[in-house]
Write a protein that binds this ligand. Sequence first.
Ligand code: PMP
Length: 425
Amino acid sequence: PHTRYRNQSTQSARLAERAREVLPGGDTRSVTYHRPYPTFFTEASGAQVTTADGEELLDFLNNYTQSVLGHAPGPVVEAACDRLERGNDVAAPNEDIVELAERLVERVRSVERVRFTNSGTEATMNAIRAAMAWTDRDRVLKVRGGYHGTHDTVEVAVGHEGVTAGIPSSVEQRVDAVRFNDVEALKERFERSGDEYACFILEPIAGVAGMIPATEAYLEAARDLTEATETVLIFDEVMSFRLAPGGAQERYGIEPDLTAFGKLIGGGLPVGAFGGRVDLMEQFDPETGVLNHSGTFNGNPATMAAGVALLDHFGADRIKTVNERGDRLRDRLESVGETADVPIRITGDGSLFQIHFTDERVTDLKNSTAGDPPSEQLFLRLRNEGVLIAPRGMGNLSTALDQRDLDTFVDTFATAVEAIGDSET
Ligand code: PMP
């Protein structure tokens, strides 16, 4: 597949070479880099993205789950452009922040107050800070393989080896990681040092680790144990918010103390937000609180307007439709594996899915195959046939993908799986 890739993306090769002269690796997001070089894109509309070589790809990646309505959705683009034209860079609050905050508070029961950031990274960073200030504790508990952005605390125990280069050892020492979906291990951990943690931060569905939903028992244990030890429970819903109007916490029926948001809530512009219980959030009140939270682009009006338009077009009905399509798609993909006699497990929930090349049940990072060589092979084979997923084998649906697109995906997937099966025997 590499030769074919090179042959059909010569323009990207040229751009990648040029990019390497000014950007390490020729890219500026580690996650979008892949071998031999990433594809450069020129435009995107609905479910289609156009590459620098003029190829049209069907997008099942959607900027890592962000573009739930597909690309350049009319009302969202219009709202953002209109706001830009009316002046976007005044250092003062505006009605736009209230509009978007009201929508989040309305939709998510556990969220009483909100603050906006420019990324999911800043959202988890500030949520953790709020927890530390509130509890007067400085240790953090997270899940092994849990990805919450790129600030120091949460970069500990992300991959199998854990990224430690560039992270102060003092930070590393105050972060503990537990195995996802292991209730017993969580109980033991809390028995040993539950009263030392400022927070337990986790995703209701572990995204980067392999799109693995938390079991009901695990989320319940997380809620009970944190409550008993006055530890702040933080849900990172940067990816999972799309699963229900009120996020995965509504879908799974567990309420955290704080929630981190990102991706879709900015309608395609850079964004993050964190929110939750009023007493925790009021720490950011400039008159009465102890915490500072500034940012030149916090609550950027164009982002807020795009986010409002997006949420207003991504309500209960559309969410239900796209989730049902995802449920059906995951079943069909599993069947492809059975027919081809290639060990395949599909994880995910609603509109989110991940393909694992294993016959083991996938419950956490340890048995996930996200990013393993077969995932990369699959990615490139699909890519060569005009279908885009993440190199680590993750995909997701936007409302712009119709039934025919899903059929195309299943057919292309079947051909790729057969080729992978043949190359392994
Ligand atoms: N948390 C989760 C669960 C994410 O998936 C991501 C981004 N993929 C982040 C946090 C970080 O968000 P951002 O890239 O906006 O910093």
